[in-house]
Design a protein. Structure first.
Lengths: 363, 514, 339
């Protein structure tokens, strides 16, 4: 009896605490890769452009991030606020306390009930959000998404860039550091990760065209960091030991370049070997300042937020959405449809982070 | 579980000891113990005198273990008291019991198989002294002293797990002796011992007696009770049914006290024996285990195969059931050569096997009794698509269980709710379900109490009369003598003798075995 | 005699495997027996080595702990973020004391649940692993801490000595934290061999009921065990954070599988009671060597998981086979026949 009671107690304890803790999925150390999945399922036919009959000052445009406190979305809020000030429209960001798909769906339902005109959302879990977004669209609300390329019930989804173009951009940064010559290899979290490998493929393809003096390390063209800085570090140690000619490693996951940089520093290769890749400014400020890494690449959530809001305004004004759309937001001045998709728009919203600008982002 | 003792061994006991039993060492007065309303002990009065060998007997579940636990302080009695060392205790702690010289040697010996003999022996006293650090030198001395008490010759650095069962038991005895023991309780100490080891154990018990130590010897084996004890106590369903001098006890009374019913001896007389042998074995050989095995078995006969552990008897049984592939020789069923390289081949040829350890080998214990009973004929019950109708399965299970009168209220109960004897019956039920020619039983009554033992023998006799050929692998020599038509004795992988039970006796059989 | 004794021990075989593997790596890369590679391996051994010591003690007692990476993550996250908030400028003493206290505290929760209620350790630690992680991510809102207090990062990057490879010019630091591994190893070696607590772990692993009957305070031993394991794991976590000069709350999670595999590979019986600290270290060294030499051996990325998995199956399979052989009736009979 005592045993059963104790067991139940322990179970309640475990589940209770796990439930209140587990509610919030791990905070993303790095932003989710944009356009993880191509929108293969037939997207809803985009609504024909119809201008809102309300006065512009009555419009209510809400940006719903994954949560309110993550620095990434705090940064997005900065952009949204700035855009609202610039346009003088009623545009604001509202997020849940935790990253939780259910809470996010509830928030959107509340917004539908209160009769907003446009919802711009960064979905926690795209699949589970579909029914709510359908409700929103049925209620005549414009739905714009970011990092939700697989969504069907949206008007449009904006991605900061196309995967191969972003890969080419990382390659440009690496090539610059390497002096456009020497042997390099690519690192991804896992060889099964779709977006990382598309970035890496895009980078390699770009190198072949643009940097003929660089060569991909044939024996190990792609290594894994398992999204773990320590593994990136140990893998880099091994690579530099085994291949003395190796001069650069192109990282993709946000753990890659920092981990590799640590290895470069420790092996005494600073200035002789180089790395570049995705990285968050705050995490890598020290590395950038010390010169172990010349530059990292990223997209700016502030600009992504602005782009979503701008597209909502554009649609509320009844203007058509076509290829080469200019939203007047940096990096989103030439949006094009992802090949084969009628809802996913891709910009050129990548940015470079280096020793000079690393402190200006706030995340 | 392999060696049961047999009468006719050396009788050490000085029956009817003439020592004056003045002061009792331990006295339990009207001890009752109930668990959640179930009365496990219903008012037990037990007295143990210094230096006596007292046997506590009773069938499984009679309350023996509960009584031991009350005496050693593991359980607190619900009412009654225990007198020890001139004091009366309503409640006794394990420590107080040890202080009063009570030591229990449990069936599992309470040893650490992964540690050395030295540590096994020295831990108790080191812990009693509240030592925090290990002093190898002192521990070795403690261990040395402990084994010297019974002249036990063993490597102190050997891991206990590597010792033989008998030596493990000696380690446990040495450990018990370290604490100025006055009473050593041995819980079924002969269970896993060979006859030779049992003799050695009895010698040690006598030595301990000579030192004035009383032994409470728990057993349900009749011959042991007669052989070693001076006084006895028999329990049944939580009550003390008899106590007295062993000299005044005989087989009949013992059985009656144990079971509560008169059980007459059964002797097997073959009837309906077929002309042609159902099973013939010629020059059968399994490398490393046995060689040159020849015998034949007719329908209606019971053939017993005996021998010491390691004589190859178990491997022979397994080979006949296809669990091991013979390296040579022929097996003929109804005159036809068969190759038995897997159990399903054996079953196809009408051979069934009831394993040695019914608890671990023969049954799916958590599954229902009914399911276990039908498992051997599961293919037959299945429909065209190989699917099994639930009702068919249940009906068949019920039928088999009734046929063998398994004592259960419901065939859907899990098998592990049954007593040992009834589990054995379920195993038998399993095989009666299929069309059998030969049934092999390995140690069919090991661990089974007297009442069930007789029932199982009766079932076997009836099965033989119905035309089954039966092979019993057993080292329970009285059992073999009473229940077979022929006896084969194996030693070192060869058949050393083939005898008729009417022409031999226990002493002759054991002579061939050693 | 000595040779014969050695040949019977599992440790000897693993040692041979390690030597063999070293020569294979050397043959394939020419880089194994270089000063900086050896130092790299030693450096990579520190954290798994410490964790393996803890896992080993638990397994010896017949238990299992799968929560130590989460436990370590939590205590190190609290320590680092608190010190950052305090703007801590001091040395390593305070961080070490803090993680040890926190580790002991969290370990005590494990120990209490297991000792008091006699719950299966796997269930408790599996549950507590979720709790630790959930608490860190939910209640503490954990995120990557890109900077750590100066004292910690300088400890992490300070070197006992620097090994230089003359041909390639590559250098490697032998981290000061390697000394911590050595010290903990020596202490635990002593504890396991020469204290009644240590022998009690073996006794409980061999037969818990017997241990209780013999007079071991099983409750106290189990409780203390999980406290110690919590401390060791947290210490390992601290070293990891110092060496990486940043605190990532989740990147130790999942390490438990490789650690436990290493311990079992070293000949520790997963059922408890049997195994040596030497074997445990050898097993861990083998795992660390393989993990950090796959590229040197030229095994393609795609095959690395397969290779590692095979090693574990074969390694643990061999010890399992030895158990089966030890229980083989034929061999047993030989023993009995002499009676």
């Amino acid at each position: 009896m005592k045993k059963i009671l104790a067991l139940m107690m322990a179970m309640v304890l475990v589940f209770g605490v796990a439930a209140c803790g587990g509610g919030s999925a791990p905070a993303p150390a790095a932003p989710a890769a944009p356009a993880e999945q191509p929108a293969e399922s037939a997207p809803a036919e985009p609504a024909a452009p119809v201008a809102s009959d309300k006065d512009e000052s009555d419009w209510e445009i809400v940006v719903v991030p994954k949560d309110a406190s993550n620095p990434w979305f705090v940064r997005m809020d900065v952009g949204v606020k700035e855009y609202a000030q610039k346009t003088g429209l009623n545009i604001y960001q509202r997020g849940t306390a935790d990253i939780d798909a259910t809470l996010q769906a509830q928030l959107i339902q509340d917004l539908i009930a209160s009769g907003v005109d446009a919802i711009c959302v960064v979905p926690v879990d795209p699949g589970s959000l579909e029914p709510v977004l359908k409700q929103a669209r049925d209620a005549g609300i414009i739905v714009i998404a970011h990092e939700g390329a697989s969504l069907v019930n949206v008007d449009y989804n904006i991605e900061a860039f196309s995967n191969d173009q972003y890969g080419a951009f990382i390659m440009d940064n690496l090539a610059e550091a390497m002096g456009e010559e020497g042997v390099y290899t690519t690192m991804v979290a896992h060889v099964t990760n779709a977006s990382h490998n598309e970035w890496a493929d895009g980078g390699v393809a770009h190198q072949k065209v643009a940097y003929p003096n660089m060569t991909l390390l044939e024996a190990e063209p792609r290594v894994e960091s398992e999204d773990n800085g320590d593994i990136a570090y140990n893998t880099a140690l091994e690579l530099f030991k085994k291949y003395p000619d190796l001069k650069g490693i192109m990282g993709t996951s946000s753990f890659d370049a920092p981990g590799v940089a640590r290895a470069i520093e420790e092996l005494g290769l600073t200035g002789k070997a180089f790395t570049s890749g995705t990285g968050l400014p705050a995490d890598n400020a020290a590395l950038l300042r010390s010169g172990a890494v010349q530059s990292l690449t990223l997209w700016d959530p502030a600009l992504a937020g602005q782009a979503m809001a701008a597209l909502a305004v554009h649609m509320l004004r009844g203007l058509p959405v076509t290829d080469h759309l200019d939203l007047g937001v940096e990096g989103y001045t030439d949006l094009v449809f992802k090949p084969g998709s009628t809802t996913v728009l891709e910009g050129q919203g990548w940015i470079v982070i280096n020793a000079e600008n690393v402190d200006s982002f706030g995340f | 579980m392999d060696q049961e003792a047999f009468p006719g061994g050396i009788h050490f006991a000085q029956k009817g000891s003439d020592t004056v039993m003045a002061q009792s060492l331990l006295k339990a007065v009207d001890v009752k113990k109930s668990f959640a309303g179930v009365n496990a002990l219903k008012g037990i009065n037990l007295e143990i005198y210094p230096g006596e060998i007292h046997c506590l007997a009773g069938e499984n579940g009679c309350g023996k273990s509960t009584l031991i636990k009350v005496i050693s302080g593991v359980y607190t009695p619900t009412s009654g008291h225990i007198e020890m060392g001139g004091k009366s205790y309503n409640k006794i702690t394990p420590i107080e019991a040890i202080m009063n010289g009570v030591q229990v040697i449990y069936q599992d010996f309470s040893i650490f198989p992964n540690l050395s003999v030295m540590e096994n022996l020295a831990f108790n006293s080191e812990l009693a002294d509240k030592r925090k650090l290990v002093n190898k030198k002192r521990m070795r001395q403690i261990a040395q002293d402990a084994i010297a008490k019974i002249n036990f010759d063993v490597d102190l650095d050997e891991k206990v797990g590597a010792l033989s069962v008998a030596n493990k038991q000696l380690v446990a005895i040495c450990r018990a002796l370290m604490f100025n023991a006055k009473l050593i309780i041995m819980d079924e100490p002969t269970t896993a011992l060979t006859r030779k080891e049992v003799n050695a154990l009895f010698q040690i018990i006598l030595d301990l007696k000579a030192q004035g130590i009383a032994i409470l010897f728990v057993s349900h084996k009749l011959d042991e009770v007669f052989e070693i004890s001076e006084r006895f106590t028999i329990m049944r369903s939580g009550e003390l049914v008899a106590t007295g001098n062993t000299a005044e006890l005989d087989d009949k009374k013992f059985t009656y006290y144990m079971t509560g019913r008169e059980i007459e001896d059964l002797t097997f007389t073959p009837e309906n024996v077929s002309e042609e042998p159902v099973l013939e074995v010629q020059n059968l050989k399994l490398d490393g285990y046995f060689d040159n095995i020849n015998f034949s078995l007719k329908r209606g006969e019971i053939l017993s195969i005996t021998g010491l552990l390691g004589s190859g008897r178990t491997e022979l049984a397994l080979t006949l059931f296809g669990m091991r592939k013979a390296d040579g020789g022929t097996i003929r069923i109804d005159g036809k050569d068969v190759i038995l390289n897997a159990p399903d081949k054996a079953i196809e040829n009408g051979i069934g096997y009831v394993p040695e350890d019914r608890l671990t080998e023969g049954l799916f214990l958590p599954r229902s009794i009914g399911d276990n009973a039908v498992i051997a004929e599961i293919d037959k019950l299945a429909g065209k698509l190989g699917l099994l109708a639930d009702k068919t399965r249940r009906d068949e299970g019920e039928r088999l269980i009734r046929r063998l009168s398994v004592a259960t209220p419901d065939a859907n109960n899990a098998c592990n709710t049954l007593s040992g004897g009834n589990q054995q019956r379920v195993v038998l039920a399993k095989w009666l379900a299929i069309d059998l020619k030969v049934l092999i039983l390995n140690g069919p009554t090991v661990g089974v109490d007297i009442g069930s033992k007789r029932d199982i023998h009766e079932i076997l006799h009836n099965l033989a009369k119905e035309g089954l050929g039966i092979i019993i692998i057993s080292d329970d020599l009285p059992e073999i003598l009473a229940n077979s038509s022929d006896i084969l004795i194996m030693r070192g992988g060869e058949i050393t003798a083939s005898l008729k039970p009417s022409e031999t006796n226990v002493a002759e059989l054991s002579g061939y075995m050693m | 005699m000595l040779v014969k004794k050695l040949m019977r021990q599992n440790e000897t075989y693993i040692f041979f495997v390690i030597v063999l593997l070293a020569f294979v790596i050397q043959a394939r890369s020419g880089q194994f027996f270089t000063p900086n590679n050896i130092v790299d391996l030693a450096s990579a051994l520190v954290v798994p080595g410490l964790m393996a010591i803890g896992a080993f003690m638990v397994i010896i007692s017949g238990g299992i702990d799968v929560s130590f990476p989460a436990l370590a993550s939590l205590s190190i996250y609290i320590t680092t973020s608190t010190l950052l908030d305090m703007n801590y400028q001091g040395g390593m003493l305070l961080p070490i004391v803090m993680v040890c206290v926190l580790g002991a505290l969290f370990g005590a929760v494990n120990g209490f649940l297991i000792a008091q209620f006699n719950l299966p350790p796997l269930i408790v630690t599996l549950g507590m692993s979720s709790v630790f992680r959930g608490f860190m991510q939910g209640a503490l809102n954990s995120r990557q801490l890109a900077t750590i207090p100066e004292g910690m990062s300088s400890f992490g990057t300070s070197a006992l000595f620097v090994a230089q490879n003359r041909t390639s010019g590559l250098s490697s630091r032998m981290p000061v934290s390697f000394l911590i591994l050595i010290v903990v190893l020596i202490i635990i070696f002593f504890v396991l061999k020469y204290t009644m607590f240590g022998r009690g772990l073996y006794a409980i692993g061999g037969n818990e009921t017997s241990a209780r009957r013999a007079g071991f305070n099983v409750w106290k031993i189990k409780f203390l065990l999980y406290v110690i394991v919590g401390v060791i794991a947290s210490l390992a976590g601290l070293i990891r954070v110092c060496m990486m000069t940043q605190c990532h709350p989740t990147n130790m999670l999942g390490m438990e599988m490789m650690i436990i595999a290493g311990v079992v590979l070293g000949g520790t019986a997963i059922t408890g009671g049997t195994g040596s600290l030497t074997g445990c270290m050898f097993g861990t060294i083998l795992i660390v060597m393989v993990q950090n030499s796959l590229i040197l051996m030229g095994i393609p990325t795609f095959w690395q998981g397969v290779f590692l998995g095979m090693l574990i199956i074969i390694g643990t399979g061999i010890s399992a086979y030895q158990v089966v052989r030890a229980n083989d009736p034929a061999r047993k009979n030989l023993g009995r026949a002499r009676l």
